[in-house]
Design a protein. Structure first.
Ligand code: ZN
Length: 256
């Protein structure tokens, strides 16, 4: 009797464990994010990428300098399923600011006014992208009280093993891979290999860019061809578009 029971328990345990492993929490996919205040360009891009059923995260700075038209466009982007995230009230480098003036001053001048402005304008604020990608573990810890997810940036290496531009399930901070055309590491085939790696290994890639343009004329620009090629790959390979704060649901309870 006891033996039969323990054998049964053993099989139950094994089948539960197996089931857990074979059911991933999420589909492989991508978070595409855009930084700064190129609201008109983001709006136009969103219209153009609708055919891929995409969604993106737009990380806005200088929010109180936007005109009513731009504010309306941000709200429209949000209502269509995109996320509007914070990118600093005045785009200050958090690492430098905190080391010179302290954390309390940083929160008072860069985070709180941004939160108030989002609220005043009817925008939901769940995530934050560090200007210049400049974080520290100490600032991360303070900002976890304000945001569901944080994004820093990463100087990309061509070697996938060293590349950390994937969501990791034990951190509310993700590292984005820059896809602006002016970046030294820019290589569309490489970006597709990263997406392919994500597809095969059930990972979520985090990408960031700035101003979407038809034709690149300077730095901080990404061309439509890059975004479109990525969106096409995601759609054709049955991968998922995520917003930054959607990653929060996949974190374990002790991290949330
Ligand atoms: Zn920026």
């Amino acid at each position: 009797m006891h033996k039969a029971l323990s054998i049964l328990t053993f099989f139950l345990l094994v089948s539960c464990t197996t089931e857990k492993k074979s059911t991933p929490l999420y589909k492989p996919g991508v978070v595409i994010s855009f930084d700064d205040d190129y609201v008109q360009e983001w709006h136009d891009l969103d219209v153009a990428m609708q055919k891929y059923n995409w969604k993106a995260t737009f990380c806005v700075c200088y929010i109180d300098s936007l005109n009513p038209k731009q504010m309306g466009q941000l709200k429209k982007l949000q209502s269509k399923g995109n996320e509007i995230a914070g990118h600093g009230y005045k785009h200050k480098n958090a690492r430098n600011y905190v080391s010179k003036k302290g954390l309390a001053s940083y929160l008072k001048n860069e985070i709180i006014p941004m939160e108030m402005s989002f609220k005043k304008n009817g925008l939901i604020l769940n995530s934050f992208a560090y200007p210049f990608g400049a974080n520290t573990p100490g600032i991360d810890k303070a900002l976890y009280k304000h945001f569901k997810m944080l994004r820093r940036t990463h100087s990309a290496s061509k070697r996938l093993k060293e590349n950390s531009c994937f969501f990791v399930e034990n951190s509310k901070t993700v590292t984005g891979l820059g896809i602006d055309n002016s970046y030294q590491h820019y290589d569309l085939d490489y970006f597709l290999r990263v997406l392919n790696f994500a597809k095969k290994n059930n990972r979520i890639v985090v990408l960031y860019a700035h101003k979407p343009v038809q034709k690149v004329t300077g730095t901080y620009q990404v061309d439509y061809k890059t975004i479109e090629t990525i969106c096409k790959y995601v759609k054709e390979n049955n991968m998922q578009f995520y917003t930054l704060s959607e990653l929060h649901q996949f974190l374990p309870v002790n991290i949330k």
